[in-house]
Design a protein around this ligand. Structure first.
Ligand SMILES: [Zn+2]
Length: 98
């Protein structure tokens, strides 16, 4: 029962998950769309450049199929944890409406 509650809160949309930045990426090799969650409070490493503070996150995504292509995503956020820049290797980003 506790596990079910945890799972259902994981998958229920919205308010409790303002902490999250979601990535959707399509693998260049097999076309699988891989989604992953970046926690803005746990997954970011802080970087100082002079007076500027930014946050950086690198994720390696692997699909659930038999494809062994790794999709590497690098995200840069500003001091307010808003996305500044994103790069991807081995795949490309899928916009939400796709
Ligand atoms: Zn793939």
């Amino acid at each position: 029962m506790n596990l079910f509650k945890k799972l259902s809160s994981l998958f229920s949309p919205g308010k409790t998950d303002a902490d999250a930045y979601w990535i959707a990426a399509r693998c260049n090799r097999c076309g699988e769309v891989i989604r992953t969650r970046v926690s803005l409070s746990n997954d970011l490493s802080v970087e100082y450049d002079g007076d500027a503070t930014s946050y950086f996150c690198r994720k390696v995504l692997m699909g659930e199929g038999h494809c062994f292509q790794r999709v590497e995503v690098e995200l840069t956020f500003d001091a307010n944890r808003r996305l500044l820049n994103r790069e991807i290797h081995g795949g490309h980003f899928v916009d939400e409406q796709d």
